[in-house]
Design a protein around this ligand. Structure first.
Ligand code: NAD
Length: 422
C-alpha cells in the first residue's frame, strides 16, 4: 500500500491507514479520496518548558493533530503518556474523524498528546505543563475550531486548567473550548460515565446478538481508569459477572465474579486494583486477555491483542473500550475464529456523543438533566449499532469494516459536496 506520509513509525498508524485503504476500496471511492483522507489536515508539535518543583527546567514535547475539518471543528482527547508519539496521535485523530461521522456528530477528528507520565510529577507540575501546552496550541483550538477532551492520563481538572488558560488569553470565558469539564464549570451531567455507558450498551447488544444472556455471563475488563472502571460497574449492574480486571500495576480475578463496589472502594483507597482482598492476583496482568470469559473489554491502551496472543483469546465477544487495542493481524485471527469484535469507533463513541452534548449545552448556556443526556446517548448508540450491524450483514464484512466504511463514506460525501478549493 502506498501512503503520502513518510512511512509510519507507529504500527497503530500503519493499521489506521490500512483500514482507510480497505474502506476506500470497499466504497469504490478512488485514490484521490484515499490520499486526501490519509493526511492530517493540520498538525503542530510544540516544546513545553516545564519548571519542576525543585527549580530545574525540563522540556516536554506535545502534539495536536487535526485530521479532518470537513464536517465541523476537530474533536478529540488529549493524552498525557510517556509513550505518546506524533504518529500515534495522527492515528488517533483519524479514528476520531470516523467515530464522529459514525455517530453523526458535526465534528472532524483531532487528537493531542504530551509525552510524559503525569503520575511521576506533582499536581502543580502537571498544571504548569497543561497550561503551557494549552497556550502553545491556542492558535489552533477554540469552540468552533478544535475542542479537546480528556483521554489517557488526563481528567476534568486538566480540562478546567485548559479552559482557564484559553479563556485568560481570549479575555473572556470560553466554556465550549474543551469538554469533559467539571460540572461546576459547564460540564455535562453524564459525561464522566458516557464512554462506559456506551461501551456497556453495545456490549449487551453484542452478547444478545450471539445468543448469550447477559445475566450470569462472564466478563474481563482491562484497564480501571475512566473507561474501564465504569464499564465494570455498569456490566455488574446489568448482571454480568465481572471476573477479572487489571490496571497498569497488575490484575485480579475471582471466578465467581468480583464485588465491583468493594473493588471501587479499594481503588479509591489505594490507587490500584492490586491487593483487593476478595480476589486472587493474576501472575501476569496480560493473562486477563486469555481468560475463559464470554466478554472481553480492553479499556487501557493500543495493541494489546496482537498476533502472538489472538489465538489464545477465549472470549466470544470483544468490545473495544480503548482505541486501537486489536492489531490488524489479531483482527484477522479473531475473525477466522468467529470472535465478534465491536470496533472502537463504535464501542467507545459514547464519550464523544456526550462531549457533543456538553458543547451544545455550553454554547447555549442551558443545561439538560442527566436523564435527558442518557436517553439521547442511548438513542444514538442504538442507531449506530443498528446501522453498523445492518451494513456488516448486508455485505458480509466485519463490524470494523462496516463501521469504517459508513464513516469514510460520510466524510467523503461531505468532501464531495463542499468541492475542492480552489
Ligand atoms: P485512564 O488514564 O483514565 O485509564 C487508563 C487505565 O488503563 C488505568 O487504569 C491504567 O492503570 C490502565 N493501564 C495502562 N496500561 C495498562 C496495561 N498495560 N495493562 C492494563 N492496564 C493498563 O484512561 P481512559 O480515559 O480510561 O482511556 C482508556 C482508553 O480508552 C484509551 O485508549 C482512550 O483513548 C480510550 N477512550 C477514552 C475515552 C474517554 O472518554 N476517557 C473515550 C474514548 C476512548
Amino acid at each position: 500500500m502506498t501512503t503520502d506520509l513518510t512511512p509510519p513509525s507507529s504500527p497503530v498508524l500503519t493499521d489506521a491507514l490500512e483500514q482507510l485503504a480497505e474502506a476506500v476500496d470497499l466504497l469504490g471511492l478512488g485514490e484521490g479520496v484515499r490520499r486526501t483522507l490519509a493526511q492530517p489536515r493540520r498538525e503542530v508539535t510544540v516544546s513545553i518548558p516545564l519548571r519542576r518543583d525543585d527549580g530545574s527546567v525540563e522540556v516536554l514535547t506535545g502534539h495536536r493533530v487535526q485530521h479532518n475539518l470537513t464536517r465541523g471543528p476537530a474533536k478529540g482527547g488529549v493524552r498525557f503518556s510517556a509513550d505518546v508519539t506524533l504518529d500515534e496521535v495522527r492515528a488517533l485523530a483519524m479514528w476520531m474523524t470516523w467515530k464522529c461521522a459514525l455517530v453523526d456528530v458535526p465534528y472532524g477528528g483531532g487528537k493531542g498528546g504530551v509525552r510524559f507520565d503525569p503520575t511521576q510529577y506533582s499536581r502543580a507540575e502537571v498544571e504548569r505543563a497543561t497550561r503551557r501546552y494549552t497556550s502553545e496550541i491556542a492558535p489552533l483550538i477554540g469552540p468552533d475550531r478544535d475542542i479537546p477532551a480528556p483521554d489517557l492520563g488526563t481528567d476534568e481538572q486538566v480540562m478546567a486548567w485548559m479552559m482557564d488558560t484559553y479563556s485568560t488569553g481570549a479575555g473572556h470565558t470560553e466554556l465550549g473550548v474543551v469538554t469533559g469539564k467539571p460540572l461546576a464549570l459547564g460540564g455535562s451531567l453524564g459525561r464522566q460515565t458516557a464512554t462506559s455507558r456506551g461501551v456497556t450498551h453495545v456490549a449487551l447488544a453484542a452478547l444478545a446478538s450471539r445468543g448469550i444472556a447477559a445475566r450470569g455471563s462472564r466478563a474481563a475488563v482491562q484497564g480501571f481508569g475512566k473507561v474501564g472502571r465504569y464499564t465494570a460497574r455498569f456490566l455488574d449492574e446489568a448482571g454480568v459477572r465481572v471476573i477479572a480486571v487489571s490496571d497498569q500495576h497488575g490484575a485480579v480475578v475471582d471466578g465467581a465474579g468480583l464485588d465491583v463496589p468493594a473493588l471501587e472502594a479499594h481503588v479509591d483507597a489505594t490507587g490500584s486494583v492490586v491487593g483487593f482482598a476478595c480476589s486472587e492476583p493474576l501472575q501476569a496482568k496480560d493473562d486477563l486477555l486469555t481468560l475463559p470469559v464470554d466478554l472481553l473489554v480492553p479499556a487501557a491502551v493500543e495493541g494489546v491483542i496482537h498476533a502472538d496472543n489472538a489465538d489464545r483469546v477465549l472470549a466470544r465477544v470483544v468490545v473495544e473500550g480503548a482505541n486501537g487495542p486489536t492489531t490488524r493481524q489479531a483482527d484477522a485471527i479473531l475473525a477466522d475464529r468467529g470472535v465478534l469484535v465491536v470496533p472502537d469507533i463504535l464501542a467507545n463513541a459514547g464519550g464523544v456523543v456526550v462531549s457533543y452534548f456538553e458543547w451544545v449545552q455550553a454554547n447555549q448556556a442551558f443545561w439538560w438533566s442527566e436523564a435527558e443526556v442518557e436517553e439521547r446517548l442511548a438513542t444514538r448508540m442504538s442507531l449506530a449499532w443498528d446501522r453498523t450491524t445492518e451494513v456488516a450483514a448486508k455485505h458480509d464484512v466485519s463490524l470494523r469494516s462496516a463501521a469504517t466504511g459508513l464513516a469514510v463514506g460520510a466524510v467523503a460525501e461531505a468532501h464531495r459536496l463542499r468541492g475542492l478549493y480552489p
